[in-house]
Design a protein around this ligand. Structure first.
Ligand code: ADP
Length: 318
């Protein structure tokens, strides 16, 4: 078990080559990956790995609000429940919800609400459940990113996806996407969520000290990181629907193989005699059809021998 106390933080978070403790450049994101449709029982779901953070988000609704007094007659509400599992951090976390979890639930609600058409769902709630399986700093941002994907997976109309990431300051440098140690030992932390359609910030928190220029630089870095996350979010959505399309095509091919051609289907339900009778009928029908289709030719053929006979007779008579 590793318990970090301030005296044990490394003296330097950035080396003389401008590299961070995990070898990243100052403006580099941690490894990021995401997937949607990961939980069979939720209306929408997503899984995000951001650095060593591992986070699931599941969405239900829109559905009836409980307790009823929270319902609004003119619009829907979004409710987020962010929780860290007991085993998500070095020290065992108490399973009881704490103030930090309630605060983060609230800020994720506020970060996502501007992307929803809540006016479409009076008296209803969209519920988002977030479970942090492993925490590594920046869980509020990674959870917001995951929750936005889960809303998209639920098929809810959205104005935009939200991508979230923090910038901060360590050893006098502005850095993107703080890891757990940089979060705790750094001098500033600016977690933010960006509505990608217009790059408006739907969450902006600030903890620490920065000059206005450093803050401006942080905002630029956050937008850069958010764009990279957004590219992976859209790729995850496309991947799911490509998979669904391929599966549907394969299913259709299987069904085509199982089902016989059209005429076989019409005979399939009858007895063998009925099948034969059917075939004979259809043969006769074919003959009649041919005759009907080409009446001029057949009449000419019939006429020919008659004419020839008459000519022969008249010659004989002569
Ligand atoms: P965020 O996860 O959004 O950065 P905080 O700044 O509050 O939120 O937390 C920073 C990190 O501290 C978390 O990502 C997690 O790794 C760790 N942490 C948070 N709460 C606890 C806790 N109760 N016990 C141990 N570690 C915690």
């Amino acid at each position: 078990m590793t318990i970090l106390i301030p005296e044990e933080y490394p003296k330097k978070l950035i080396d003389k080559n401008g590299k961070r403790l995990d070898g990243r450049a100052l403006d580099e994101l941690r490894p990021f990956s995401c997937k949607i449709g990961v939980l069979a029982n939720a209306d929408g779901s997503a899984y995000v790995e951001h650095g060593k953070n591992k986070i699931y988000a599941g969405v239900y609704g829109p559905r009836e609000v409980h307790p009823r007094h929270l319902a609004r007659p003119d619009r829907g509400i979004i409710r987020v429940d962010y929780r860290m599992t007991t085993f998500s951090v070095h020290e065992r976390k108490s399973p009881a919800p704490n103030r930090r979890e309630r605060e983060i639930s609230k800020i994720i609600e506020d970060a996502l609400a501007p992307t929803l058409f809540l006016e479409l769902y009076p008296n209803s709630a969209i519920e988002v459940y977030v479970q942090v399986i492993a925490a590594d700093g920046g869980t509020r941002c990674a959870s917001t990113t995951a929750a936005s994907l889960a809303l998209a997976d639920a098929g809810l109309p959205l104005k935009s996806l939200v991508a979230a990431v923090a910038a901060g300051k360590a050893d006098g440098e502005i850095i993107l996407d703080l890891g757990d140690l940089e979060d705790k030992a750094g001098t500033a932390d600016v977690p933010a969520a960006v509505r990608m359609i217009d790059e408006e910030f739907t969450l902006l928190q600030f903890d620490g000290e920065m000059t206005p220029e450093e803050f401006e630089k942080s905002i630029k870095l956050i937008k850069k990181g958010a764009r990279e996350i957004f590219a992976k979010q859209t790729a995850a959505i496309k991947e799911k629907f490509d998979t669904v399309r391929k599966e549907t095509e394969e299913e259709n091919k299987k069904i085509e193989k199982l089902v016989p051609p059209e005429e076989k289907i019409t005979h399939a339900s009858g007895t063998k005699e009925e099948e034969k009778a059917g075939e004979e009928k259809s043969d006769k029908a074919e003959e009649i059809k041919e005759e009907k289709e080409d009446p001029s030719d057949t009449k000419e053929e019939e006429k020919k021998p008659k004419k020839e006979k008459e000519e022969k007779k008249s010659e004989e008579n002569k």
